[in-house]
Design a binder for this molecule. Structure first.
Ligand code: F6R
Length: 609
């Protein structure tokens, strides 16, 4: 979604702000803007399109100021135009703000401000009301004016504000939208996400809901909603600055696909004690706690939900506790059976997905124990959970999730094994077997990556197909959903995933010689049934790319092409099976000339409903 970056220090703020915004580009944007005090007034500059358009407008040395707030916008209320881009000013631009989120009562506020105070609005956005509210309450104290403005606002927001009369400070406030302060020597920064700060500092303060923060070049003061000063420890972010660079790869997505052996290894090995027992970070889940659970809900969106599909089957098998999985936007509006015997597992890369966060809050209010599997350290979902289990994937920049997914899968196995072994529902032999299988995964993923050229050739051959179906049974059906999502989101090809056994109940009507079917058959128990399903679609003339374990060659008789993955236990096959599908999607999108890292209409972090 939108990105916020602010800088206050002694030297050229615009360079830092533009650089920070560039590092948030992956969130998606259609326009950008920057505000800085120039000769006693706030100068607001905006441009539609890429950041370089904005840069060109502020290249004049007259724009050299030691403080600035900037924004990349992804249009929600109002078209992507210069007027709608942020920052927004009040009537005389003595106040400027940037905003992420949605002000739900903005229509009401607009009418009230226009009727009572004659305020004329310049944009169609919900955000502009914030600048006017702050302007209305401003009496020489920006902090006070922001606090008063916030009392009028309903919705979700991270706001950074500046006042022409106080050019030595930035005031920011948040509710349900991320905000992080980067602390430096002689400068401070504010941003909506950590990667914007990494080039300048790794010392951060995560701002909590309903807190306000005042930044000067030498100080950061955080206040709670009652105006009391809050003491917060600086947190050192371990992500390396170059973790958010493309290195030698053409796209972040390809780089992140290739990082998977390393991040799988880190996610796994950091959780094993020397005796191979599992330590779930700081999670203290005792046998008594686990025995108390009589059901588990796994809730997530998109790719994280697909990791949950695998998690459901694995955790259910290992713990013998019924596990339900749902997408957060559906779960929130269902009548669910949550109580203090419920374990609620939220999965999220960004830790900011609004639907997942809202579902989590609801479950927490109803007594569930909340365990989140999150990648972004200190994110809202992480902070609001009882326990957090981090996927150690590092920053994921490409909009299409790859390494977050495979590390989420590793977390599902570790949670299942930990709970099952503590509860006594799996024996030592199975535990040791699974651990060995998990430890072998990084090497096997490496081997799959060596065949990149083959998947590229498949993409060259099949990228003309307008309809692609992904089918599988058992754990493979979960991976089918993920393979299909990867393809459609970056190549814009219509693709559809379905449990293979369901085909004959309707969808098979679509199969003909123009269909491409990617058939996953990695589950030993279901292999023969899967081969029968492939025969059914083959009979309708469809082209078939089969995917099976090495040695399972029967599938060659019914497929046009076969992708083999190394032998492994059925449980861990999803981690291997998804890699060729990610690479296939990548090269199909490349063939079609798509914007791979930033697909149209998509944003990395979905902080609206
Ligand atoms: C797809 C993708 C999205 C996200 C979804 C949830 O490649 O990245 O489907 O998985 O928006 O996001 P998080 O995991 O941040 O909650």
């Amino acid at each position: 979604m939108c990105g916020i970056v602010g800088y206050i220090g002694s030297d050229y703020a615009k360079e830092k702000v533009i650089d920070g915004l560039r590092r948030l580009e992956y969130r998606g944007y259609d326009s950008a803007g920057i505000a800085m005090p120039v000769s006693g007034a706030i100068q607001i500059t905006k441009a539609v399109g890429e950041l370089k358009n904005l840069e060109a407008k502020i290249s004049d040395p007259a724009f050299d100021a030691p403080v600035a707030i900037g924004h990349t916008r992804w249009a929600t209320h109002g078209k992507p135009t210069e007027l709608n881009a942020h920052p927004h000013g009040n009537m005389d631009n003595s106040i400027a703000i940037v905003h992420n989120g949605i002000i739900e009562n903005y229509q009401e506020l607009r009418e009230w401000l226009a009727e009572e105070y004659g305020i004329k609005f310049k944009s169609e956005t919900d955000s502009e009301v914030i600048a006017h509210l702050i302007g209305l309450y401003y009496d020489g104290d920006l902090l006070d004016a922001v606090n008063k403005a916030v009392e009028e606002m309903r919705g979700a927001y991270a706001v950074a504000a500046m006042a022409a009369a106080e050019p030595d400070k930035i005031v920011a406030v948040r509710k349900d939208a991320p905000l992080v302060v980067g602390a430096g020597n002689g400068f401070n920064m504010i941003a909506s996400d950590v990667p914007a700060l990494l080039k300048y500092t790794r010392d951060v303060y995560f701002i909590e809901n309903n807190e306000t923060v005042v930044l000067t070049k030498d100080s950061v003061v955080i206040y709670d909603e009652n105006g009391n000063e809050v003491q917060r420890d600086i947190q050192a972010v371990e992500w390396k600055a170059d973790a958010a660079d493309k290195a030698e790869y053409d796209h972040f997505m390809l780089k992140e696909i290739h990082e998977q052996p390393k991040v799988i290894q880190e996610t796994l090995l950091n959780r094993l004690n020397p005796d191979d027992s599992i330590k779930l970070d700081d999670i203290s889940m005792t046998k008594e706690d686990i025995d108390n659970f009589n059901k588990i809900y796994i809730i997530a969106c998109g790719t994280a939900y697909h990791a949950g599909l695998v998690g459901k089957m694995v955790i259910e098998k290992m713990t013998k506790i019924p596990v339900e999985i749902d997408v957060a936007s559906e779960f929130r509006y269902r009548d669910t059976f949550i109580d203090d015997k419920t374990l609620f597992i939220a999965i999220s890369q960004s830790g900011e997905t609004l639907d997942t966060l809202a579902a989590l809050r609801d479950a927490k209010d109803r007594g569930a124990r909340i365990l989140s599997v999150v990648n972004a350290v200190g994110s809202s979902i992480a902070r609001e959970s009882h326990d957090v289990f981090y996927t150690l994937a590092g920053p994921e920049v490409a909009v299409a999730s790859t390494k977050a997914y495979t590390t989420q899968l590793i977390c599902m196995y570790l949670i299942g094994l930990y709970m099952g072994s503590t509860k006594g529902t799996i024996d030592k032999e199975y535990y040791d077997f699974m651990l060995k299988e998990l430890k072998d995964l990084p090497g096997k993923v490496d081997r799959i990556l060596l065949s990149e050229e083959k998947y590229k050739k498949l993409a060259e051959r099949y990228h003309f197909n307008d309809h692609v179906f992904f089918i599988g049974r058992g754990l493979d059906s979960g991976v089918s959903y993920e393979g299909s999502l990867k393809l459609k989101e970056i190549s814009y090809i219509h693709s559809f995933a379905i449990a293979a056994g369901e085909l004959k109940h309707g969808t098979i009507a679509l199969m003909d010689k123009d269909s491409l079917v990617v058939a996953l058959a990695t589950q030993d128990r279901l292999y023969e049934k899967m081969v029968s399903n492939i025969v059914e679609v083959q009979a309708r003339g469809a082209h078939i790319i089969g995917l099976a374990k090495e040695g399972k060659t029967e599938i060659e008789k019914t497929s046009d092409e076969v992708i083999y993955i190394p032998q492994c236990a059925d449980e861990v096959a999803p981690v291997l099976a998804v890699i060729p599908l990610q690479i296939f999607a990548y090269y199909v999108a490349l063939e079609k000339g798509c914007n791979i890292d930033k697909p149209k209409n998509l944003a990395k972090s979905v902080t609206v409903e």
